[in-house]
Design a protein around this ligand. Structure first.
Ligand SMILES: [Mn+2]
Length: 335
């Protein structure tokens, strides 16, 4: 191996051979995806000064990401147009979320890389995968690449990585030991914690605020064994309302709504509920009830949703029945 062997390390190609690279975020890019790509671009341009680097954001970005992108501007590219030498999917999780870029990467002559912290199942698309499911953000994985290349991030990249890390770790509260150490290193490199906190504060969305408050107004509360399950219905923001109910103290929240002659239900539970009962909302409630009602559902252990051709009250009640069967206890209405 010569000192110029790049086959085993990022960017997995001789940097001098790279003319054009695209960093592709997941659809509707969140701050971790966009800002990790932003910092990765700075690293790549240090390694390959002659390479033009673009960021792609299929289906745009979230509102907060758009706001942050004004402070961290970067050239973007659409999928029409020629091939690139290097494609790096950042924070993508499922390749579905690459939208049209997936087919483009499949057909490409260039090197394809994944940098991620989601549990990854489909890796066939990529020539190289740098993924760590223990990291709380993709930013942590990107920062490690700086360290491996022995390159200190510039101040803007350090700030971008700190913001990304804080966004994905509930302001570092669920960051692991390594994450916290990396955050301190980013501050040493010039990142400003106070500024990052300020930047992550978003303006209230009053549609969401009204949905939450109305959802609470229509709240039903049940005791199922030792657990408190709350249900409600609302026209929109069902997931936000469910999360808010769990924040208020419910062990499980089931929030229904109707759109286009279909019922949608969002379910949320606390980590504690999930650990103690072993109940998985995604596979055992949303998927099952979705099927039962002729629709579909799924999700994670503590966050799931379903949609089915029925009315919202029926869908919510079926979820409650299913929960009570899984917990082996009847649901007693309290309020
Ligand atoms: Mn992420």
């Amino acid at each position: 191996m010569t000192s110029e062997d790049w086959s085993g390390r990022f960017p997995f190609a001789d940097p001098d051979s790279l003319r054009s690279a695209v960093l592709v975020c997941h659809r509707n890019a969140d701050p971790d995806a966009y800002l990790s790509a932003y910092a990765l671009s700075a690293l790549l341009r240090r390694l390959a000064p002659a390479c033009e680097v673009f960021i792609a954001t299929p289906d745009g970005m979230t509102t907060l990401t758009s706001k942050l992108a004004e402070r961290f501007p970067h050239p973007t590219v659409e999928e029409e147009g020629g091939d690139h030498d290097l494609y790096v999917a950042v924070d993508v999780g499922d390749t579905e979320l690459l939208k049209g870029w997936r087919a483009k990467m499949q057909a490409s002559e260039g090197v394809t890389v994944l940098i991620d912290h989601h549990p990854i199942r489909d890796v066939e698309l990529y020539d190289h995968v740098i993924a760590d499911a223990k990291a709380t953000s993709s930013a942590e994985v990107v920062f490690r690449l700086f360290a491996e290349a022995n390159i200190r991030p510039d101040r803007a990249s350090a700030q971008a990585l700190l913001l990304a890390m804080m966004f994905d770790s509930s302001h570092l509260s669920i960051a692991g030991e390594e994450g916290l150490r990396l955050a301190v290193k980013l501050m040493d490199a010039g990142a400003d914690l106070t500024q990052a906190r300020r930047d992550l504060r978003s303006e209230p969305d009053y549609g969401e605020v009204m949905a939450k408050l109305k959802g609470v107004q229509r709240l039903k509360v049940y005791r199922v064994g030792e657990w408190v399950v709350s249900t409600t219905t609302i026209g929109s923001f069902q997931a936000h309302v469910a999360r808010a109910l769990v924040f208020l103290g419910a062990d499980v929240a089931v929030v229904g709504g109707e759109s286009e002659e279909e019922a949608r239900v969002s379910l949320r539970a606390t980590q504690r509920f999930s650990e103690r009962t072993g109940v998985e909302l995604g596979t055992q409630v949303a998927e099952e009830v979705g099927k039962e009602l002729g629709g579909h559902g799924g999700g994670h252990a503590t966050a799931a949703s379903l949609s089915a051709p029925t009315d919202e009250n029926d869908a919510v009640e079926r979820c409650l029945t299913r929960l009570s069967a899984l917990l082996g206890a009847e649901a007693h209405a309290i309020a």
